[in-house]
Write a protein that binds this ligand. Structure first.
Ligand code: GYE
Length: 324
């Protein structure tokens, strides 16, 4: 790919012509020993996000990052403001997990216009509006549709009852993992008469919200015998609600989920959860490597894909020590 010179990028940014002149070109990145790097975290209310932030912090020294971390506390508007303030501080590179698919796009565009290469990590944006290789360098992350499909496949192969009656706890509304984990699961289950989705509702990827939503849905659907949660925190919340209602998760309700947190692996070992499809939060090293490839002039593939394992009663004990 043809890149403009660094001088050019600065000149365009200063003139405010960035978006006009560099409509197709991504901002270049100089090769140097140290970079001012922004990581604009979306929230820190769950072990997954804490592990992700820690992975960036742990990578900083060895990758030459002077790392600025912000925490949007679960607000897309705050995350936009955090990115804008990083742009104003003159960061060299931005790593961004956009909380939701649409609201962060203007901030991504402003970073690009300011000559800052953007890497989306762990979540993506609406591909109809912003595109890798044009508006941002690449998306680094998992295949969420496939995660949902694999959770469904495990459930369909291992559910022992006659009729599977499912409650789905969705992640944050408008986020790419919630959209895609729902799609992958729903499509896989659609052709199978043995399974029916009773209701699907958001629990915002949070344990407390998952518990509250499960409490409500349990009253409407006491016949539920499967819970599919878009992440482990909501699955643990659902297990708490089920137990409080006198149910026995793992026996009368099958719980399937995604992530691979320590609590989820423990729940599998304890026989309360059947499966969690891995979604790794350890993005620091991959972000460093991808950024260095970009600085060296390589064209980065639009989707730097993370391969995920699956954790069940067969292997949970083997992996719990590396979990978070
Ligand atoms: O599954 C969840 C977190 O975006 C892939 O977000 C990530 C998801 C992860 O809150 O636990």
């Amino acid at each position: 790919m043809k890149r403009r010179s660094l001088l050019g990028a600065t000149a365009f940014a200063v003139l405010g012509l960035g978006s006009l002149v560099q409509a197709q070109d991504l901002p270049p990145l100089e090769q140097k020993d140290s970079y001012t790097v922004g990581f604009a975290q979306s929230e820190s209310n769950n072990p997954w996000r804490i592990a992700e932030t820690k992975s960036f912090q742990d990578t900083a020294a060895s990758c030459g990052w002077n790392l600025i971390v912000t925490d949007a506390g679960g607000s897309a508007a705050k995350q936009v403001a955090d990115v804008d303030s990083m742009i104003a501080q003159g960061i060299d590179v931005l790593f961004l997990p956009p909380r939701e698919e649409s609201p962060l796009i203007p901030a991504v565009m402003r970073a690009k216009a300011a000559g800052i290469p953007v890497f989306l990590v762990d979540r993506s944006v609406d591909p109809n509006v912003a595109q890798a290789g044009r508006d941002y360098v690449a998306f680094l992350g998992s295949d969420f549709v496939d995660q949902g499909r694999r959770a469904a496949e495990y459930m369909m192969e291992n559910f022992e009852g006659e009729q599977g009656l499912i409650i789905q706890l969705e992640g944050t509304t408008g986020s790419s993992p919630a959209n895609d984990r729902k799609r992958g699961f729903d499509e896989a289950v659609a052709g199978n008469d043995k399974f029916q989705i009773l209701e699907s509702r958001t629990g915002d990827f949070a344990r407390d919200e998952g518990r509250r939503v499960m409490e409500t849905l349990l009253q409407a659907h006491p016949d539920v015998n499967i819970v599919y949660a878009h992440n482990d925190e909501m699955a643990i919340g659902a297990i708490q609600a089920l137990e409080a209602a006198g149910r026995t998760p793992g026996q009368d309700v099958m719980v399937v989920s995604i992530d691979g947190t320590r609590d989820a692996l423990q729940a599998i070992i304890d026989g309360k959860m059947a499966v969690t499809v891995e979604s790794s939060p350890f993005f620091g090293p991959l972000s460093c490597e991808t950024m260095k490839r970009y600085a060296a002039g390589e064209t980065i593939e639009p989707w730097v894909k993370v391969e995920d394992r699956i954790f069940t009663a067969e292997n949970a004990a083997e992996h719990i020590d590396e979990a978070y």
